[in-house]
Design a protein around this ligand. Sequence first.
Ligand SMILES: NC(=O)c1ccc[n+]([C@@H]2O[C@H](COP(=O)([O-])OP(=O)(O)OC[C@H]3O[C@@H](n4cnc5c(N)ncnc54)[C@H](OP(=O)(O)O)[C@@H]3O)[C@@H](O)[C@H]2O)c1
Length: 326
Amino acid sequence: MAAKTMQAFCYEGYGGGAAALKKVEIPVPVPKEGEILVKVEAASVNPCDWKIQSGLMKPSIPKFPCVPLTDIVGVVVNVGLGVDDFKPGDRIVSLLHYWIAGGLAEYAVAPANQAVKLPREVSPVQASGLPVAATTALKALQLVGTKFDGTGKHLNVLITVASGGVGLYAVQLAKLGNLHVTATCGARNINLIKSLGADEVLDYKTPEGASLKSPSGKKYDLVIYGSEGITWSIFEPNLSENGKVIDLNPVFPNVVSSLEETPFPKKQLIPFMMKLSKEDLELLVGLVKEGKLKTIIDSKHPFDKALNAWAISMEGHATGKIIIEM
Ligand SMILES: NC(=O)c1ccc[n+]([C@@H]2O[C@H](COP(=O)([O-])OP(=O)(O)OC[C@H]3O[C@@H](n4cnc5c(N)ncnc54)[C@H](OP(=O)(O)O)[C@@H]3O)[C@@H](O)[C@H]2O)c1
């Protein structure tokens, strides 16, 4: 039986960063139809968590007070009506709905159709990094037909922000897919990205890195673009005939200029919004279980120090995932 109340961190309005997160005692949520109640063991922070706090989806999201975080791992303690594939005691990883969230708490309700049972071989910390970041990397790579058993075409991909949560999964998944990987990151992370199999790594603070050009002259079939401020005119000459730029932070002027310069585009700028399917999460958990994919951890924080985790993510210099352990 779950307790009646629990500790959680929540914020009451837009803005304020880590300092606005307050520890509160609130009722344990009750799972509705299709939901499961989970005792949270680990959760990871994503930039979208604090961007929503900053007002990215103002004025409709979130509802206040908001208990943030969407990526959780925990043990099922109760199930709602209509849930027959989970039972109390199952350890699961789940993506909570971003418009509700609720992961920075002792208990959270997860949608059963966005939860996957964890095999014994996959630790809560490893799995808690997966939902947003690894799914984003997977979905972006699937847009050019990448197959993670390496049987797809040998395409060229540029992965920017390769040292971030998304990028570190993207480099590993792209290599599983037999792609040629050019990556950008800061100088301190070049060896790490090479150790994950990237073929070419550029320091984003150098003119070569800023140009996004492949040192071996490759034209990219896919660019996973996780930064901001680069215009279509920088991407365009670096793309192959059918090259696609997946823009993780779409800005309207870039979309317009990509359409103006190529009115019937084979080269495309694709504004991206991650949407998880249970099959994707199962695939990712399976790859971790087989030792083919790993979560690179920037830092781990106890629940009481969750504000530190939030602040580190906001600074924008994490190398890999920031995890909170309950
Ligand atoms: N649209 C969607 O559905 C979706 C989904 C997931 C993520 N995103 C977005 O994708 C972006 C990446 O997410 P994330 O979780 O990977 O972020 P993250 O983990 O916070 O990324 C941190 C890393 O970014 C590196 N970095 C910063 N600016 C860079 C640049 N110009 N070039 C190369 N590397 C740079 C930093 O390296 P240094 O410390 O060396 O500067 C740091 O290692 C975020 O903006 C996020 O909001 C969007």
